[in-house]
Design a protein around this ligand. Structure first.
Ligand code: PLP
Length: 430
């Protein structure tokens, strides 16, 4: 294409692929191959030395994954992407690309339970210290920072608390101190572009809205290309010091001819090479299919989400509705600033009779699915206290915003009357 697609509706259909050569196929092919024939020994040597970019082995890159990476990077306004086997792999890689044993990073307390566990336990076991801070005060990020702090981490629309994160406020503090902000934008694709608000890196679980079909697990990292790693060289030895596992390459220097992609190249050729959490080409194909309707679906999700929130707010058995559009004060200002495209489709609510009522509600649903997932085209519900958040200590669970009576809905794109009818009959049964 000679014109560059600029709008989400166009990017998801056109970015990074026109048609296959020589078949002319318009659908992105599934390149189900492990390896790639080199032209000659010089070509192979150039690829391994990164003098030329090209396919070597599917653990590290694949042409189907490449199209997905280009589309999501373009959607986010970033410079490059890296597709991985799951959202968990994406957050792990994003942090470990900067942190080594003895380092620390500062994270919002408002996180998906699996990410909380990863940070509080698994990364701690590797010698990487997470410092959790309450994001309602952005200055808490500054106060927790020292010379071994390598990054900040947060979710745009934290699941299940649903308090929109102060992206620009924290990114600005980070840029002053030389600390990049990594944002998990899983719950707000298209609605929010964290890089526009100062974030340096975006991660996704593509398992959710990006796919929308609920068929495939995957994740992606997008490099904003907007952070000056060299300017704060001492903070980022993984990028600015010679890498002994890649013949002494200094990533910030080695990739200069290729653009501001030191972060994502290092994640690919070191972490993905060594840890191997690659996305399968088949799953990349599935995400490409799902993504073609992402902007349309997100509009429908947001519309249904706000109608469901209104229905619940008016229901006598519901004591509280948690939804960005219903907040006031500073939380509402953040929702309006960062979720300019809509308040999303995650709706939390609390039932007057607590945990038992929450369980009875879930057990009475007939159409809505009871699953541990969000972002499917179908409406989904879960009782986090007894499922996704049951492995957390009671204190940690409350810190993530999950009370005993909390029910989380991921509102789908079915007809709104059918969604409300099912919620209504399940509330009657409570
Ligand atoms: N980030 C968020 C916000 C999530 O909700 C999830 C999963 O629910 C993940 C990351 C992890 O993604 P995955 O299940 O693809 O590993």
């Amino acid at each position: 294409m000679t014109t560059k697609p600029m709008h989400p509706e166009t990017i998801v259909l056109h970015e990074g692929f026109r048609n296959d050569d020589p078949t002319g196929a318009v659908a992105v092919p599934i390149f189900q191959t492990t390896s790639y024939q080199f032209d000659n020994t010089q070509h192979a040597e150039n690829l391994f030395a990164l003098k030329e970019l090209g396919n070597i082995y599917t653990r590290i890159m694949n042409p189907t994954c490449d199209v997905l990476e280009k589309r999501i990077a373009a959607l986010e306004g970033g410079v490059a992407g890296l597709a991985l086997g799951s959202g968990q792999a994406a957050s792990t890689f994003a942090v470990l690309n900067l942190c080594q044993a003895g380092d620390n990073f500062v994270s919002s307390t408002d996180l998906y339970g699996g990410t909380w566990n990863l940070f509080a336990n698994t990364l701690k076991g590797l010698g990487v210290e997470v410092r959790f801070v309450d994001p309602s005060d952005p200055e808490a990020f500054r106060n927790a920072t020292d010379e071994r702090t390598r990054c900040y981490y947060a979710e745009t629309l934290p699941n299940p608390k649903l308090n929109v994160f102060p992206i620009q406020e924290v990114a600005d503090i980070g840029r002053e101190l030389g600390v990049p902000l990594i944002v998990d934008n899983t719950a707000a694709p298209v609605i929010c572009r964290p890089l526009d608000h100062g974030a340096a890196i975006v991660v996704y679980s593509t398992t959710k809205y990006i796919g929308g079909h609920g068929t495939s697990i995957g994740g992606i990292i997008v490099d904003g290309g907007n952070f000056d790693w060299e300017n704060h060289g001492d903070r980022f030895p993984t990028l600015t010091q010679p890498d002994p596992s890649y013949h002494g390459a200094v990533w910030t220097e080695a990739v200069k001819p290729l653009g501001p992609i030191a972060f994502i190249i290092r994640a690919r050729v070191i972490l993905l090479r060594d840890i191997g959490a690659a996305m399968s080409p088949f799953n990349a194909f599935m995400f490409i299919q799902g993504m073609e309707t992402l902007p349309l679906r997100i509009r429908a999700h947001c519309e249904n989400g706000s109608k469901v929130a209104r229905f619940l707010a008016d229901h006598p058995k519901v004591s509280k509705v948690i939804y960005p559009g219903f907040q006031d004060g500073e939380a509402r200002r953040r929702a309006d600033t960062y979720m300019a495209g809509g308040y999303g489709a995650l709706v939390g609510f609390e039932l007057q009779d607590g945990s038992e009522a929450g369980r009875r509600f879930i057990d009475s649903l007939q159409m809505v699915y009871h699953v541990a997932n969000i972002g499917d085209a179908r409406t989904l519900a879960i009782h986090p206290a007894s499922t996704t958040h049951s492995q957390l200590s009671p204190e940690d669970r409350l810190a993530t915003g999950v009370s005993d009576g909390y029910v989380r809905l991921s509102v789908g794109i079915e007809h709104i009357d059918d969604i409300v009818a099912d919620l209504s009959q399940a509330l009657d049964a409570v």
